[in-house]
Design a protein around this ligand. Structure first.
Ligand code: AHG
Ligand code: MN
Ligand code: MN
Length: 330
């Protein structure tokens, strides 16, 4: 039953796709996200909008809120006895569960704060997560446990901290959007069965990288910009939030195509976005909503990762536009 207005807890209880432990794990993630939402909302009052003066494993400057959001996730998730281990965009190695807590049957990958270049300008940021089964039997947790294709995800979701705090969730049977009701402090179902229109006239790409793009993306964007006067005979509009959670949310609501392709500047590192923390969970959500997600060369969820911080080119959104750009790669 997908009745609007029900809490995420009721939604999970009514679902035959989740058992009590997975449900509790998802609820714990939402509890951590509510805490991160508060930190984001109050960041300038708390004086934590700025840089942490540290560099993460990705070689990027960490914001204070990147570090704080990571700590909130790790703290909540360590204590519930449901996880075997976790990996985070902000932490180099696998995060073990401290021996004072018991271990469980799941693995989680997360980007504690996505779009964090937007913090000090008061635009949307978010948290992205992906849940997998841990290998069975008494085994020693290792990096290899996390190197599974996106097809093996059992749940993926993200929160957007925007004008409303929203939770978008898939447990492999459609995509559901919940809005945080600050009066009850509950995420309530407001967007059941989200579905992405197959056609769109809206594209999202960081145009400042244009001179570094490969020919397929050059051609696709040139055709969009030529609009009604070009071969597409149709005008396009452009959006770029520099925040994947905001872009994917927009695409879930009204369609669109989002691209962070490979380009000459980032060729060495394989792309910009991270497979485990960003591309896989978002691809699961996009596919569950009827969209398509590709690296240009293959379906993102079919990529077998080599390392936990692996990056990939990403093209996702409305089916007909993504299919077109993928066909330009062939
Ligand atoms: P993060 O803040 O976790 O590092 O991720 C930022 C990502 C993604 O949200 C966004 O689409 C992209 O990086 C923005 O990149 P540019 O700053 O190159 O536009
Ligand atoms: Mn991110
Ligand atoms: Mn991040």
């Amino acid at each position: 039953m997908t009745v609007k207005g029900q809490s995420v807890q009721q939604f999970l209880q009514n679902s035959d796709k989740v058992n009590a432990s997975l449900s509790q794990l998802i609820i714990t993630v939402t509890t951590a996200c509510k805490e991160i939402a508060d930190l984001v909302e109050r960041s300038s009052i708390l004086g934590v909008e700025g840089l942490a003066n540290s560099i993460n494993v990705q070689g990027e400057d960490q914001k204070q809120l990147d570090v704080m959001s990571n700590d909130v996730m790790v703290e909540h998730l360590s204590a519930i006895g449901l996880l075997d281990a976790m990996v985070s965009e902000e932490i180099e190695d696998v995060i073990d569960i401290p021996s004072s807590y018991s271990k469980g049957e799941y693995l989680i990958c997360f980007d504690p704060l996505d779009g964090s270049s937007n913090i000090d300008i008061n635009l949307s940021v978010g948290t992205i997560f992906s849940i997998l089964h841990a290998p069975k039997n008494n085994h020693k947790t290792s990096v290899d446990d996390f190197l599974k294709t996106g097809e093996e995800q059992i749940c993926a979701g993200f929160c957007v901290y925007g004008p409303s705090t929203m939770l978008i969730l898939t447990i492999g049977a459609g995509v559901f959007g919940f809005t945080l009701d600050k009066e009850s402090s509950e995420f309530v179902l407001t967007h059941p069965d989200m579905s992405i229109p197959e056609n769109t006239a809206e594209f999202a790409i960081n145009m400042s990288n244009q001179r570094y793009w490969e020919p397929p993306v050059q051609r696709y964007i040139a055709e969009c910009i030529a609009g009604i006067d070009g071969s597409r005979e149709k005008n396009f509009n452009m959006r770029w939030n520099a925040s994947m959670v905001a872009e994917v949310y927009r695409i879930l609501v009204r369609g669109g195509i989002f691209m962070y392709p490979i380009d000459k500047k980032i060729a060495q590192q394989g792309g910009k976005l991270r497979l485990l923390y960003e591309a896989n969970p978002m691809s699961f959500i996009i596919e569950q909503a009827g969209g398509v997600s590709s690296s240009g060369k293959q379906r993102i969820m079919a990529i077998k990762p080599d390392s936990i911080h692996q990056r990939v080119p990403v093209i996702l959104g409305s089916k007909n536009e993504v299919d077109r750009l993928v066909s330009y790669h062939q």
